[in-house]
Design a protein around this ligand. Structure first.
Ligand code: 2NF
Length: 250
């Protein structure tokens, strides 16, 4: 017996999440009907279609910001000034914090971030279907893959829209507390508008098991401080900010 030829191009990363479209739509309805009912008139069908149109029938290693433009245009959501919370290497803690501090928003507390968080997706140039077998791995195959480009695009807009005092939760228990190659370091920091954002407050958190250290004075955090200085944004840093510290203990 001959093996069937692969239906799609083969990549090194896991394929599209099973039931991707249903999950996307379900999350859109959950978010707009239950989490933020003020958005109940949102057309989730239209958003779901725009999302999949951004990547279906296309080379998953040739994804661009333009591909996601129609989707971005359908989903404008304003986060109040002073309420934006970025994170880097601290996903769980940042989200646990906004779960308690309901008036603060991470990207995943906005509609598009909520819909896509934790999912994988890609299409194929030679087919109109999703590729459930494999998708490009961002390091081993290509950096401009459909998932990475999506996060770069939404992260960029999230930062551009921020105003007042913005916050970031950083991980003080790793050497690159501020990582220039992360989305926060590459995209978000450089898309803050100094006319609107006057201060960035970093909360550098240590794991509770490890000894608290003065990570605010580490070289990577100092690097962040220098970048913000050249961008005319005031930098404030706090080690183990207490309200977040309390979340780590529960
Ligand atoms: O999955 C998300 N929810 C997500 C992904 C990327 C970026 C969210 N973001 C936004 C959030 F709003 C945060 O403010 O950017 C900030 C966090 O991203 P980060 O890169 O600064 O933080 P990490 O902890 O280093 O990475 C977060 C997740 O993204 C993956 C990484 O493996 C981790 O699962 N990731 C990072 N860079 C890339 C990339 N270029 C990536 N995945 C694919 N391509």
């Amino acid at each position: 017996m001959w093996r069937q030829p692969p239906k799609h191009k083969e990549w090194k990363g896991p394929g599209t999440t099973a039931h991707f479209y249903e999950i996307l739509l379900g999350r859109c309805y959950t978010y707009t009907q239950i989490v933020r009912p003020e958005l109940r008139h949102t057309d989730c069908q239209k958003i779901g279609k725009a999302f999949t149109s951004a990547f279906l029938s296309k080379d998953p290693c040739g994804s661009t910001e333009q591909d996601y433009r129609p989707l971005m245009e359908l989903t404008t959501q304003t986060v109040p000034c002073d309420k934006t919370l970025f994170w880097s290497k601290s996903s769980e803690l940042a989200h646990d914090y906004t779960w308690v501090q309901r008036d603060m928003y991470t990207l995943e507390d906005t509609l598009l971030g909520y819909m896509a968080d934790g999912l994988k997706w890609c299409g194929d140039a030679g087919s109109s279907e999703m590729n459930y077998q494999s998708c490009p791995h961002w390091r081993e195959d290509c950096s401009n893959n459909s998932v990475s480009v999506f996060w770069n695009t939404v992260s960029k807009r999230f930062a551009e829209d921020a105003c007042g005092v913005v916050h970031v939760v950083l991980n003080g228990s790793i050497s690159n507390t501020f990582d220039e190659k992360s989305t926060f370091g590459r995209v978000e920091v450089f898309n803050l508008h100094p006319e609107k954002v006057h201060t960035l407050k970093a909360w550098v958190m240590n794991n509770i098991e490890s000894v608290p250290s003065d990570s605010c004075s580490s070289s990577s955090v100092n690097n962040l401080k220098q970048i913000l200085k050249t961008r005319n944004i005031t930098f404030v840093c706090q080690n183990n900010y207490r309200p977040v510290r309390l979340i780590q203990c529960v």
